[in-house]
Design a protein around this ligand. Sequence first.
Ligand code: AMP
Ligand code: MG
Length: 345
Amino acid sequence: MTSNVVPATPDSIAAAADLLAEGGLVAFPTETVYGLGGDATRGRVVARIFAAKGRPRFNPLIVHLAPGWPAEEIAIMDERAKRLAARFWPGALTLVLTRAPGCPISLLASAGLDTVALRMPAHPIAQALLKKVHLPIAAPSANPSGRLSPTEAAHVVETLGDRVDLILDGGKCPGGLESTVIDLSVPEARILRPGLVTAEALERELGEKIAVVAAHDEAPGAERRSDGAPAAMNANSEIISDDEIKSPGMLASHYAPKKPLRLNATAAEPGEALLAFGPNPPRSILASLNLSPKGDLVEAAANLFAYLHRLDASQAHTIAVMPIPEDGLGAAINDRLRRAAAPRP
Ligand code: AMP
Ligand code: MG
């Protein structure tokens, strides 16, 4: 174990804020997953975040703001953005917006796009840190690229260890699933990544239907790229090339454990661990964890990554996953499971 993990206290949060102000990297809990934070206004710091995650390309990062931070100094807040921010901030909603003139955020955090992704987290430790440092903080999930998102400090210690200057341990993340990413930089709002805020809730607030633009490798007509990896497709089932992928959340294989996953399992085969859902699941000899014995999707989302981490560390060769209903948060849970099960690039 590295010694750079500390319980989150007023003193350690103040020390973390000092580190961030000096250009350091700090992992901290949010209501979704742990973030790997750095000063979003400095390109060198943002570059360190990419390096620590081992991201193969510069995908844009979510910029986190303290409550009350004037988002309009960073991005153009049109009526839709103002409505969604008023309703869902602080919370698990990320808005992709056009950068404001004079936007202080490093272009690398936007991966050279003219957009920036903003979120105001609700977690008290994240808020205390953001208030103290008084800077916009770029923070992707604190895991190596393509791997499971961390929902406990121990996950960050295991996978990023000393690539982070400090890890604030604030216990388990209550939400356990990433934020919903909605693109408002285009005339028709679209969801780039399903997450803790459901499409239905967003549609209710905006009073319009919102397309979900995500990767589908089981979709009719899905194709493979020349290297054999499944291609991502947009809402019109057009194949999106690597360069056009707007969100790594759109990559077919992402959020992946080391072991293969078998979806829609009704029972565990010999040698398989079981990720169960609902009452009276079938037995697994090796290892079995139930996302929610009472069939509650909010509880299941909160447990998802932690349980995948635990089953990934079991003796099993494969993780068998029982079916999860597709309604409400089930859409986001199934999205992560399909990607975790997709052929690896
Ligand atoms: P993570 O790095 O795990 O926090 O995921 C951040 C998500 O937000 C990814 O799916 C990013 O691609 C997406 N994202 C961040 N900034 C933008 C942007 N400017 N345009 C589109 N998607 C973005
Ligand atoms: Mg991530």
